[in-house]
Design a protein around this ligand. Structure first.
Ligand SMILES: [Zn+2]
Length: 232
C-alpha cells in the first residue's frame, strides 16, 4: 500500500473489480478469461450454496488458481443479516460459508454482506458484527452497483463509467450470474485501460467496515450507534 505523499496522489483513479454471487460454472470462467487476457486482479465474493452446486467447487478452484482473491458472501444469499430475527442464523450464514470455502479463501478472510443491491444498516446485525470481529474478518462494502442484470445487457457499462469519472476509487459490483452482462466485460475492461485507470485488488477505507477484525470509521457511518440493549 502506498501513502498519499507523491504530488500526483489523488490524480489517478482506481478501480477494484468485484464479482458477486458465484461461482457460476461457464460464466465465471468467461470472467476469468477476460481478466487473464488483460492481467487484471479481482475479488470474487462467493455464496456457499453455489460452491456446493454442480461444478461449483471446480470453478472456485480455477478462480483461486488464477490468483484472484475469494471472499465469503454468505451461505444462502437470503435475507440480509440485519433483517433476520435470529442472531444464530446470521452467524451461521457466515460460518457455514466459511466452512464450505475452506482453503479457497486466504488468511485475511474477506466477507461481503448481501443487501438486495442497497447499502444500509439492514446488511448486518450486531451479533453478526461481533462474529466477524472475533473471526478477524475484513468486511467489504461497495460504492458502485451498475445493475448488470438490467436490459439492455450493455447498459451497465455506461453506468459504471459514469461512476469511474466521479469517484477517485470505485469498488464495482458485478455478478457471475448475469451471463449476458459478462459479454460486455472485455470491452469495458479495455475502456478502463485506455482511460488510464488503475485496477487494484486493494480496498479503500470508505468500503471497509472491519479490517482484520478491527472496526473502521465506515462501520460507524453505516450502522450508527450500537444500541445499549445487545441483540440487534
Ligand atoms: Zn450478492
Amino acid at each position: 500500500m502506498t501513502t498519499a505523499t507523491s504530488p500526483d496522489a489523488g490524480a489517478s483513479r482506481r478501480l477494484t473489480l468485484t464479482f458477486d454471487n458465484g461461482p457460476v460454472p461457464g460464466t465465471t470462467e468467461r470472467i476469468l478469461k477476460a481478466l487473464d487476457e488483460r492481467d487484471l486482479p479481482a475479488i470474487f465474493f462467493m455464496v456457499g450454496e453455489r460452491v456446493l452446486a454442480a461444478g461449483g467447487r471446480e470453478t472456485a478452484a480455477r478462480v483461486r488458481a488464477a490468483g484472484h482473491r475469494i471472499g465469503n458472501h454468505t451461505m444462502s444469499h437470503g435475507t440480509p443479516l440485519g433483517e433476520l430475527d435470529d442472531a444464530a442464523t446470521a452467524i451461521s450464514e457466515i460460518s457455514d460459508a466459511d466452512a464450505v470455502l475452506g482453503e479457497l479463501t486466504e488468511p485475511d478472510r474477506l466477507f461481503r454482506p448481501n443487501g438486495r443491491g442497497r447499502l444500509g444498516p439492514h446488511v448486518l446485525s450486531w451479533p453478526a458484527i461481533d462474529a466477524l470481529r472475533s473471526g478477524g474478518y475484513t468486511v467489504v462494502t461497495w460504492n458502485c452497483v451498475p445493475r448488470d442484470g438490467e436490459e439492455p445487457s450493455d447498459s451497465w457499462v455506461g453506468r459504471a463509467h459514469a461512476a469511474l469519472q466521479t469517484q477517485d476509487w470505485t469498488v464495482l459490483v458485478l455478478h457471475d450470474h448475469h451471463p449476458r452482462a459478462v459479454d460486455h466485460l472485455p470491452a469495458f475492461l479495455d475502456r478502463v485501460r485506455d482511460a488510464g485507470i488503475e485496477v487494484t485488488p486493494e480496498l479503500p477505507d470508505s468500503c471497509v467496515l472491519l479490517r482484520a477484525g478491527r472496526p473502521q470509521p465506515a462501520l460507524d457511518a453505516l450502522m450508527g450507534q450500537r444500541p445499549r440493549d445487545p441483540g440487534r
